[in-house]
Design a protein around this ligand. Structure first.
Ligand code: NAD
Length: 253
């Protein structure tokens, strides 16, 4: 069913949430747009301005690394200023009352953690851009000192003490998916009775296969996204209203 208006959407969602015992929220860039962080595929999104740098290119080409760091620091102020949206707060409420054991996200902005979901219960499929790691020894680096040395050195991309390449802790196109988060997300999808896909165009695989897995295992599937997605035909409820407007009634303080 496609909800015809906001009130119908909220009422239908309320019924589904009340009936559910094991909810899996699954989020994409759309849940964060209200915080000022652009998504990839909306008009004006990051995608339309910058071609993504694939993993192989990042590793092979110092110029690609320089460009990646330049872009990352250009968007620093936006990430720093971003606060959890109404969508984040509503999902954190489902978590706090015990309806959702964890949140699965494709986002890299750390906002689910800030909204009150314990870090170990935020399952990040595409990593996290608020810090960096060494691709060889996995040592963690904070971005502030990296930015300082990048700018002081005339944009020399950073290397680890071990000699390895440092990269924001995100998963780029062409980079292997993180095994443990994928495994946990699939387990949750297989065991839930309600799966809420929020703000994802559902075109990035293998993440987009997770809602389908939940549906095939008998869960109800809700898709909240302004634009149609390829999985809408499998959903029990499709909502095309603004995420903040739809989820605000579910915030519990
Ligand atoms: P996407 O950009 O492909 O899709 C976002 C969807 O959200 C769009 O279809 C858009 O219509 C919808 N949307 C945006 N604002 C909305 C609103 N207020 N209400 C309702 N719908 C809204 O995002 P994706 O599916 O997450 O895939 C892109 C990839 O890019 C992700 O894997 C993620 O790693 C990365 N990314 C992350 C961030 C972030 O962390 N905030 C931002 C941009 C991209």
């Amino acid at each position: 069913m496609i909800a015809t208006d906001l009130d119908t959407a909220i009422a239908a969602l309320r019924d589904l949430i009340e009936d559910a015992e094991r909810i899996v929220p699954f989020t994409g860039a759309g849940i964060s747009t209200e915080s000022g962080i652009p998504d990839f595929r909306s008009p004006g999104g990051i995608w339309t301005q910058n071609r993504p740098i694939p993993f192989d290119e990042y590793v092979a080409d110092v110029e690609a690394r320089r460009e990646a760091w330049r872009r990352r620091f250009n968007i620093d102020a936006t990430f720093d200023a971003a606060r959890p949206t109404r969508g984040h707060l509503a999902l954190a409420s489902l978590y706090k009352v015990g309806k959702a054991a964890a949140v699965v996200t494709q986002n890299i902005d750390n906002l689910h953690q800030v909204s009150g979901v314990a870090p170990q219960d935020v399952i990040e499929l595409h990593g996290n851009t608020t810090y960096a790691t060494c691709l060889d020894c996995a040592r963690r680096y904070e971005l502030g000192p990296i930015r300082e040395s990048f700018e002081a050195s005339g944009e020399e991309p950073p290397d680890c003490d071990c000699g390895g390449i440092i990269k924001t802790a995100t998963i780029s196109f062409g980079q292997a998916m993180p095994e443990e988060p994928m495994r946990r997300a699939q387990e949750l999808a297989a065991a839930c009775d309600l799966f809420l896909s929020v703000g994802s165009s559902l075109v990035v695989w293998p993440a987009a296969g997770i809602p389908l897995m939940a549906k095939r295992n008998g869960a109800k599937l809700v898709i909240i996204n302004r634009e149609p997605t390829e999985l809408d035909e499998f959903a029990d409820l499709v909502v095309r209203n603004d995420i903040g407007d739809v989820l605000a009634p579910f915030i519990r303080h």
